[in-house]
Design a protein around this ligand. Structure first.
Ligand SMILES: NC(=O)c1ccc[n+]([C@@H]2O[C@H](COP(=O)([O-])OP(=O)(O)OC[C@H]3O[C@@H](n4cnc5c(N)ncnc54)[C@H](OP(=O)(O)O)[C@@H]3O)[C@@H](O)[C@H]2O)c1
Length: 324
């Protein structure tokens, strides 16, 4: 895991010692410190560990890929004009920045890089910014984008291997399949070969869908905000299926965030068919119940929240055979 260094915690800079002592400890900061030092996770950070533990404690010797989408009630991640700022509320934004703080690399597709011009840095919580990666097979990335700024974390651009595309500090050529698409597995391997094993696929729809369809995503975080857009870019789009028995049914934890958005934390690794490296291809196993956990630090937490998902409450009452 990357070192979490004090220069990335600028809010402390110059703060008088007595003021700092009065300020309640930030559970997220305590959590990062425990992860970095290898100390036991403090009790105050247990709700955070329930959400981020699978990523934070992942085997550092092999790739671990998480993906995220912030969507509306009707499953849209942007309007028809590509506007997505902001579908999710501030708590979901903090969650996204926490994910960035825990990974070695954050990856977006060229569509998102152009539409949103994201900085891809950690700003809404303590933590170090990851390496920024843009999936730009044809090399159409405008040079003026903020994520390419030299004064930020390093940037890698994934390009389709071919004449004129030479590997260098910034360019990572990846061989394309017969259809011209890049295999997400090859992208993950190329990043892992550079020591970037914990990867956040942050968007957009095509990129996240491609990674999920390829079976390389271990954890999918979907934040659903209570708004209805009614048109625009759909979130996940996977190959068509005829029967619901073919649908992915990942073990899922549900968290109600402080501002009313709902976070679905889906264990896709457990739902992955054995052919794609999953643990099990027995569909019934995919319904295994995972107890819900709450988020701390500005989050109401679903166990205490009477408005939490009714199905989840029913599942809890019904016992361990039911999915959330
Ligand atoms: N709500 C959210 O959580 C969220 C998050 C991020 C983005 N967004 C929104 O999502 C929209 C962008 O999504 P999008 O689906 O249009 O674009 P995208 O996924 O960001 O980028 C798509 C482009 O990336 C390249 N690409 C992706 N996967 C590839 C693969 N396996 N092989 C080869 N090329 C690949 C292709 O580039 P070429 O066309 O050059 O071949 C493709 O057109 C924006 O409106 C943004 O605001 C929302």
């Amino acid at each position: 895991m990357r070192t979490i260094a004090p220069p990335y915690w600028p809010r402390d800079a110059g703060e008088p010692r007595r003021a700092a002592a009065r300020r309640p400890a930030d559970p997220w900061r305590l959590y990062l410190e425990a992860l970095q030092s290898g100390a036991r996770v403090p009790n105050a950070c247990r709700p955070l560990d329930a959400v981020y533990g699978p990523l934070a404690h992942a085997d550092a010797t092999r790739p671990f890929v998480v993906a995220q989408l912030g969507q509306s009630l009707d499953g849209r991640i942007a309007t028809v004009t590509g506007s997505s700022h902001y579908i999710s509320g501030p708590a979901a934004l903090t969650h996204l920045h926490r994910l960035r703080a825990l990974v070695d690399a954050v990856l977006v597709g060229i569509g998102t890089a152009v539409a949103d011009d994201p900085q891809l840095t950690v700003r809404h919580c303590a933590g170090e910014s990851p390496v920024r990666v843009v999936l730009d097979p044809s090399g159409r990335l405008p040079a003026a984008l903020r994520c390419l700024a030299d004064d930020g974390p390093p940037v890698l651009v994934i390009r389709r291997a071919g004449p004129g595309v030479t590997a260098c500090d910034r360019i990572v050529p990846v061989a394309a399949g017969a259809d011209g698409r890049l295999d997400p597995r090859a992208i993950v391997e190329a990043l892992a070969a550079r020591g970037l094993r914990r990867i956040l696929v942050e968007g957009g729809a095509q990129t996240v869908s491609g990674f999920v369809a390829a079976g390389v995503v271990d954890r999918l975080y979907v934040t659903v905000a209570p708004l209805i857009i009614g048109s625009g870019t759909e979130g996940l789009r996977l190959p068509e299926i005829a029967a619901l028995t073919e649908a992915l049914r990942p073990p899922t934890r549900v968290h109600v965030l402080a501002d009313g958005d709902v976070l679905f934390d889906c264990d896709l690794a457990a739902a992955r068919p054995a052919a794609l490296g999953g643990d099990d291809d027995d569909g019934r196993r995919l319904l295994a119940h995972r107890p819900p956990a709450s988020l701390a630090d500005g989050d109401r937490g679903d166990r205490r929240d009477p408005t939490r998902h009714r199905d989840e409450q029913r599942a809890e009452r019904a016992g361990p055979e039911h999915a959330v």
